[in-house]
Design a protein. Structure first.
Length: 250
């Protein structure tokens, strides 16, 4: 039986989904929208991620071991970034990764917790145990079939967000602190997420191939080479490593 805490966790994801859909849909139409929807979406994110972090790490403890575990925990990283977005000037596309995560969590919660309360079970299996309703089975199949594709979309969306906040800093659309915070976040994603590494390598390959084409101004290659060298020095020698796949965000 799902606990009250589990329902609050799911409620955070549903709130995030609904508010993000509203905010993004209106933003795409280039219409003004109250930032309340933006803050509501990230309030949902903060609620859900705080519960997961508390369950996985336990009560906060003022010691190095706890701090190290927290820093390395992906859910803590997304919680802190959500808090940063909540306190910053709205950047609409920052909602996309969180909305994708929440979509899968909401669908799974619907299948495992809500559907059994309203839909009869399917016919018993060979052991006599009831099987899930056919709709629940189809939902489970869809989630499994599209999970990796969605995580790849998140990885590319996070790179687009980085580009947006870098240009936004130059155009005074967001603070100079925003790209600094986000690039540190993506540095950690590089080490922890195979999807992020694949996205970065794919984007790097595209840009590198473009600037090296015959006829392109030499200054492009010069700037590109210096920029990539700077990023590699900043990110550290481990950027060439390939750690295992990342755990699922909660």
């Amino acid at each position: 039986m799902a606990s009250t805490q589990h329902y609050i966790w799911a409620g955070g994801h549903f709130l995030l989904l609904l508010a993000a859909f509203r905010y993004l849909a209106v933003s795409l139409l280039l219409r003004p929208i109250s930032p309340v929807w933006y803050k509501a979406a990230f309030t949902g994110a903060l609620t859900s991620y705080a519960i997961v972090c508390q369950k996985s790490l336990g009560p906060p403890s003022p010691n190095f071991v706890y701090l190290r575990r927290a820093i390395m925990d992906e859910n803590v990283q997304y919680l802190l970034v959500a808090l940063f977005w909540w306190t910053s000037k709205p950047v609409a596309i920052a909602l996309i990764p969180y909305a994708i995560f929440s979509l899968f969590h909401a669908l799974t919660f619907t299948r495992t917790t809500l559907m059994p309360k309203f839909l009869p079970p399917g016919p018993p299996n060979s052991n006599g145990a009831p099987t899930p309703h056919p709709i629940a089975k189809k939902l489970q199949t869809w989630v499994k079939a599209n999970y990796d594709r969605a995580m790849k979309a998140v990885a590319y969306a996070e790179l687009v967000i980085l580009a947006r906040v870098v240009f936004g800093a130059f155009l005074l659309q967001n603070s100079l602190l925003t790209p600094v915070v986000y690039v540190h976040f993506l540095r950690q994603r590089w080490y922890q997420s195979a999807f992020t590494r694949e996205a970065v390598i794919a984007v790097y390959t595209k840009i590198d191939g473009f600037v090296r084409q015959p006829g392109k101004p030499p200054v492009l290659l010069t700037v590109w080479s210096k920029a990539t060298a700077l990023v590699q020095r900043w990110a550290g020698p481990g950027t060439a490593a390939a750690p295992g796949p990342a755990a699922a965000r909660q």
